[in-house]
Design a protein around this ligand. Structure first.
Ligand SMILES: NC(=O)c1ccc[n+]([C@@H]2O[C@H](COP(=O)([O-])OP(=O)(O)OC[C@H]3O[C@@H](n4cnc5c(N)ncnc54)[C@H](OP(=O)(O)O)[C@@H]3O)[C@@H](O)[C@H]2O)c1
Length: 294
């Protein structure tokens, strides 16, 4: 068992590996080489976004790997200000140009709402965005469409009015922030949950939570990062850890030779929710604006 050969079938019939590789903050002179190393380690599913400024590097790394494009799953996202019918079409073509690809496997709405956006506005603009994505899907520019940071009320509004439902919803998920209600909503609607910051971005946990993960790590002879990734995988969630060191890249894949018990999964799910990175989907103050010249 490994993370490439283990695949979920999404609600539109397309397949996706159990684990991906996140490219946020894979920046700097070495970014093409870092992604090439991830490819050599075996990663085939890559997450990027128009916001991250890593689409060019990802496209270059894939071309230079000489592995056929069809063997990769490439996911990118349009940013808050790129929502809307015309904007979405423009944003997708700009991403394709940066990636130097003629299609993406997954295209997501990155964030459901700008801070202060009234209910009527975000509902309407998300539906216009979705209509453009459904059309781009029919035109073969996208293989699957999905959401990111959508809570149940954002999904409700979309599901009531869409023709094609989202295949995935990418959320902040890790021990200490398990968003059980939204994950359950996704599973109930056959929308595969995906975990961003599955390692909590390496932020320090409180002592009690750290003790639980350390104890399990010792029991299974694994690292706390591996316990976190295994926990998510057993909950049916796709983690997309970012790692720049080869040691981390490899160890993050070595999570298929042990299983956490039902009781241990419950213990982690019920840990105090203390490690939230602080970005609520309805009140997100963007820390970074898109670079129009990227
Ligand atoms: N949809 C959204 O709104 C959203 C938001 C944030 C992120 N994302 C996506 O999710 C991806 C992952 O999230 P993230 O980058 O924020 O955080 P993360 O994957 O939780 O954490 C990354 C940090 O963990 C370290 N790390 C990786 N493997 C490790 C291991 N085995 N042991 C110890 N430390 C390890 C990395 O260090 P090294 O780099 O030194 O190896 C890096 O500092 C992003 O890259 C992006 O693609 C999406």
């Amino acid at each position: 068992m490994d993370h490439i050969n283990n695949v979920y079938t999404l609600n539109d019939g397309n397949k996706i590996p159990y684990q991906g590789y996140g490219t946020y903050q894979v920046i700097g002179q070495d970014n093409v080489q870092i992604i090439k190393t991830a490819i050599q380690c075996g990663y085939r599913f890559f997450d990027t976004a128009s916001l991250y400024e890593t689409e060019r590097a990802l496209g270059q790394a894939i071309r230079e790997s000489r592995i056929p494009r069809k063997d990769f799953i490439i996911e990118t996202k349009l940013w808050i200000q790129e929502r809307g019918y015309e904007n979405t079409r423009r944003a997708l073509y700009a991403s394709l140009e940066r990636l130097q690809m003629d299609y993406v496997d997954l295209y997501l709405i990155h964030w459901p709402r700008e801070t202060g956006e009234p209910d009527e506005n975000w509902k309407g603009i998300n539906l216009d965005t979705w209509r453009a994505m459904e059309e781009l899907l029919a035109e073969g520019k996208i293989k699957s469409i999905g959401c990111s940071n959508f809570l149940p009320h954002h999904l409700d509004s979309l599901l009531k009015n869409c023709r094609i439902k989202p295949v995935v919803n990418q959320l902040e998920l890790h021990p200490g922030y398990s968003q059980e209600a939204t994950v359950q909503y996704c599973l109930d609607h056959d929308i595969r949950p995906m975990a961003w910051s599955p390692l909590g971005r390496g932020k320090q946990m409180n002592d009690a939570n750290r003790y639980i993960l350390d104890t399990l790590a010792e029991k299974y002879g694994k690292s706390t990062a591996q316990i976190s990734l295994r926990f998510l995988t057993q909950k049916g969630i796709i983690p997309i850890p970012k790692a720049s060191s080869e040691i981390h890249m490899k160890s993050n894949m070595e999570i298929f030779d042990f299983s956490l018990s039902k009781e241990e999964l419950s213990m982690i799910s019920c840990m105090p929710q203390t490690t939230w990175l602080g970005e609520h989907p309805d009140f997100h103050i963007p820390t970074k604006k898109m670079n129009p010249d990227q």
